[in-house]
Design a protein around this ligand. Sequence first.
Ligand SMILES: Nc1ncnc2c1ncn2[C@@H]1O[C@H](COP(=O)(O)OP(=O)(O)OP(=O)(O)O)[C@@H](O)[C@H]1O
Length: 258
Amino acid sequence: MELPEFRVIDLIDIVLFASLIFYLYRLVKGTAAINIFIGIVIIYLIYQVTVFLEMEMLSRALGAFTGAGVFALIVVFQQEIRRFLLMLGSTNFTSKRRFLRQLRIFKADVDNHNNIVDEIVTACKRMSATKTGALIAIKRDGSLDFLKNSGDTMDILVNAPIIQSIFYKNSTLHDGAMIIEGNKITATRVILPVSDNRKIPQRFGLRHRAALGLTERSNALAIIVSEETGQVSLVINGEFESFDDMDDLSDKIKSHLA
Ligand SMILES: Nc1ncnc2c1ncn2[C@@H]1O[C@H](COP(=O)(O)OP(=O)(O)OP(=O)(O)O)[C@@H](O)[C@H]1O
């Protein structure tokens, strides 16, 4: 029997397909969608076996299911597809900005960013000392407009005392999240999407889950001050990012916004 010719392009095809599956698996790992992902893979494998064994009725039924499956997949994995496209888009954009920054076009922009980050971190440090709970979403490239409707739209220049007074326990605006875009606080009392990641430790409540949920669905940064412990946390891409002290936190935020 003559074996089909194996070209280099076939090897590249296999490697790229395997990477795509691996990447999709990592994207849904730890979320409720992982069980659906595994279920779909099992059904597809069974379908291939039934085709190979020429089991006509079963293969026809499973074939019809996998045919309609593409639309079902888009509905079921809506959020994961969104995250995937966001990651692709923002990676490209970030590298473009880095290139432009090398040309020093964004020098003024960077100085401005740094001042804003200093104000945010100063506020977090003070709120941490007084155990004032806070949740701040900082926009990067992707729009956060889809969240703003759930809260109150604002147009206030960022500075530490304002942030503190908004999250002050008796303030009418302290509940929910604050959105910061550029040098402005653009919304308060925003309700963020809560993460369904089952790997989040039990000790984290809704504030932390909302920060994780936001950063799973957008490329924004989230900063949390815990009302219970005063601990400050930084969240990006659906994960907590550790830092040594407040100076380190400031550096990390600046580098993410650069
Ligand atoms: N979906 C959400 N979007 C924005 N803010 C939220 C959301 N859910 C809860 N919060 C805010 O988090 C506050 C406290 O929630 P909770 O005590 O469950 O959080 P936590 O993660 O345990 O944080 P903490 O350590 O501060 O207690 C709520 O009063 C509310 O202001």
